[in-house]
Design a protein around this ligand. Structure first.
Ligand code: PEP
Length: 249
């Protein structure tokens, strides 16, 4: 009932020659059985949309400002992403929370701004290693969900990405039991807040050092509806096996 999503976050990687990876990806998956999203750097969005034309591959932004327009040098609004052809945007990635001191309130407002423009927001949450070691993971997740999600949303305009901060770019991956515990918890929280219909339909991605070699076991975990992938999304040859694993899950 939930359509699976393989999402790639290129972060601050890629100039125009990286578009060849999108071409390779669409050629490798001419009729994908899952949704595919690539979030390239903002400078590549328009060209990526052209490269992905006539293919279900979706293009997204990595962040948006909470305001529609104004004096915010260097920022990008949701309307600008939409205008460039993006259909998704990440909000609250841990690197934004850390590098730019983004708070749950800011992320909630960015998510609302994305929704107002018709973009699908991929709202990222996750605990630090210190928080996990202090057995605070579920409390942190509850707080981030409460603070980062707007009161009004739909399963069509919102995706949750659970990304333990300590697993991002480190090669460390939680056990499947740990992933399952958090995903089940997120599902319960979504159902409590938004009702069973919406709560059961929102997709929940896992993110943090997903690779072709660990994708099968991660995708077998309950309430894992796909992945948000950083490093392994940069090259089509690395991302493609993850897409295939999700198609087969
Ligand atoms: C990410 O950037 O969201 C991420 C999960 O990165 P990686 O796959 O490299 O750990």
């Amino acid at each position: 009932m939930r359509r699976k999503l393989a999402a790639g976050n290129w972060k601050m990687n890629g100039t125009s020659d990286a578009l060849a990876q999108l071409t390779a990806l669409r050629n490798a998956h001419p009729t994908p059985g899952v949704d595919i999203l690539i979030c390239p750097p903002a400078t590549l969005i328009s060209a990526a949309v052209v490269t992905a034309a006539d293919h279900p591959l979706a293009i997204g932004g990595q962040d948006c400002h909470m305001a529609q327009i104004g004096a915010h040098t260097g920022d990008i609004s949701a309307a600008m992403l939409k205008d460039a052809g993006a259909s998704y945007v990440l909000t609250g990635h841990s690197e934004r929370r850390t590098d730019h001191n983004e708070t749950d309130e800011m992320i909630r407002n960015k998510t609302k701004a994305a929704h107002a423009e018709g973009l699908i927001a991929v709202v990222c949450i996750g605990e630090t290693l210190k928080e996990r070691e202090a057995a605070n993971t579920l409390d942190i997740i509850a707080g981030q969900l409460a603070g980062s999600l707007p009161d009004v949303l739909t399963a069509e305009n919102t995706v949750i990405a659970y990304e333990p901060v300590w697993a991002i770019g480190t090669g460390k991956v939680p056990t499947t039991n740990q992933i399952g515990e958090v995903h089940d918890y997120i599902r319960t929280k979504l159902e409590q807040r938004y009702g069973a219909g919406v709560g059961k339909s929102i997709r929940i991605l896992y993110g943090g050092s997903v690779k072709g070699s660990n994708a099968d076991e991660i995708f077998a975990v309950s309430n894992v509806d796909g992945a948000l992938v950083g490093g392994a999304s940069l090259k089509a040859e690395d991302f493609s096996p993850i897409i295939t694993a999700l198609e087969n899950a």
